[in-house]
Write a protein that binds this ligand. Sequence first.
Ligand SMILES: Cc1cc2nc3c(=O)[nH]c(=O)nc-3n(C[C@H](O)[C@H](O)[C@H](O)COP(=O)(O)OP(=O)(O)OC[C@H]3O[C@@H](n4cnc5c(N)ncnc54)[C@H](O)[C@@H]3O)c2cc1C
Length: 344
Amino acid sequence: MTRPRVVVLGAGMAGLTAARRLARSCDVVVVDKGRGVGGRLATRRIGGATFDHGAQFLTTHTAEFAAAVAEWTGAGAVVPWFRGRIGPDGATDPDGHVRFRGAPTMNALAKHLAVGLDVRTGSRVTAVRHAAAGWTVTLADAGDLTADAVVVTAPVPQTLALLAAGGVDPTPHERDALHAVTYEPCLALMTVLDGPSGLDDPGAVDPASGPIDWMADNQVKGVSAVPAVTIHATPGFSHDHWDAPDDEVADALLAAAALGADPVAGARSVQRWRYARPVVEHPERCLVLDGDAPLVCAGDAFGGAKVEGAARSGAAAADAVAAALGTVSRRRAAPPGGVRGSSP
Ligand SMILES: Cc1cc2nc3c(=O)[nH]c(=O)nc-3n(C[C@H](O)[C@H](O)[C@H](O)COP(=O)(O)OP(=O)(O)OC[C@H]3O[C@@H](n4cnc5c(N)ncnc54)[C@H](O)[C@@H]3O)c2cc1C
């Protein structure tokens, strides 16, 4: 029997989780516009320095995700970083949740999850449209993919644009639900230092006021061979300085950081995360668009932000696709000579 074909848009935590779960019963292709996998599980190198510059750590609040993290820990893909919360003076609440980090980097976890999957990076989707049976996913540089089902894990405003480009018309209820989702931005500064940052173990600080939301020393964290600091600006600063030149952003954040060493000239970079974290989330873990062929919207904006929320959304999307494909198969099997979804 031909296995259903599913295209998963996005190789972040949500997309990779969905793809791994669906790969048991379907032929799955994951497409991502990025140069590598991971999405906001992002790591970058500048010279000899390494920076986690998106998600900093992951926590477990559900048995389901705790089991996944235990498996990744066993595989060496994540390790505990510290326990508790980060405050203005570093770690507090030592009885709190364990904060895990990817090993050796946050992006390495995504690479671990992508092993064995058909992942096509550098593949920008420009439209998703209805096909005779299923969906056509149009790539900017590589033609079309056809699929019986699609899981879209892009940030919701980008998902809406892809649907509009393909003439897919969500119901008014679905459109309202998707338009209700909002995100906050984050400007992230990465800078190499000429000496120790002065941030004590575990190497992270969450200042009580000012433009900095979080900063972490990637060397103390165990990510970088040399002193290398990631500074995340607050949503307010990020919003107000979104269009400011990189140097202006960097100078303002470095002045506020008051680090124990100087930045190395020419060894810094600013990343603009337009959709850093959801502010208004969809209340369910995914949204299945009404119609015969399943198209499921997922990602961290669906029922619980953060890395854990993205993973749980990806799992829910996979289950929704599997359930819907079962329904579709039965429905299509009913009429004699009924049309079967065409997969390449
Ligand atoms: C600065 C920052 C700090 C954070 N800190 C933490 C933290 O410490 N702990 C925590 O738990 N969470 C944190 N988060 C949130 C966490 O990173 C996210 O919740 C999670 O990684 C989202 O995963 P996702 O799969 O839903 O989305 P993403 O990781 O964004 O994946 C979506 C993917 O879709 C791809 N895509 C989009 N459009 C297209 C297209 N047209 N064609 C092809 N591909 C496309 C993108 O390239 C991307 O790879 C942080 C986020 C940021 C930005």
